[in-house]
Design a protein around this ligand. Sequence first.
Ligand SMILES: [Zn+2]
Length: 92
Amino acid sequence: MDDESLRRGGSIEGDRHGDWMVRLIPGGASAKVYRCPGCDQEIQPGTAHVVVWPADERGDLTDRRHWHSGCWRARDRRAPGVIRSRNAPRYG
Ligand SMILES: [Zn+2]
């Protein structure tokens, strides 16, 4: 998938961290396991999710991240510094 086709399918969402390109990935288009930065859980193949990258780095998609749709929408509720202490213990 080239940069241009990714961009065409995305929309821009702004929040207090900046502007983000957000693209919905249908479940059928997902063939790999990704790790969601929102919950630190894996996104299994076949799961509809979103891919997000900074809108101000349009030429560089290496920063894109795959999120569960719900985790992306809920990201503002996860203030840094609060997340870790509320998390269940991590194993491994
Ligand atoms: Zn998640």
